[in-house]
Write a protein that binds this ligand. Sequence first.
Ligand SMILES: [Zn+2]
Length: 91
Amino acid sequence: MVIGCDQFLAQLGEYLEGDVASEVRQQLEKHLVHCRTCQVLFDSTNKAIKVVTDSGSFALPSILAESLVEEIMSRIRSEGASGEPKGPREV
Ligand SMILES: [Zn+2]
């Protein structure tokens, strides 16, 4: 089973909390290998969460992790780093 970006993003908050089943984690990691957009997203979110945890609180509430994911995701999309095709385009 191969998951898409939507499913990856839906699970990312829980994944970063270590709160997913090993089967789900394998699917997420498999997706990460192939998807540049999600690699950037994962990396950015992971770093942002680490900054939060380093500054005091140990666990980031998943609601906060999710809003963080959305914020970073929209930033990546607005920068045009998304792999979503916008139509036929010749190089
Ligand atoms: Zn992806």
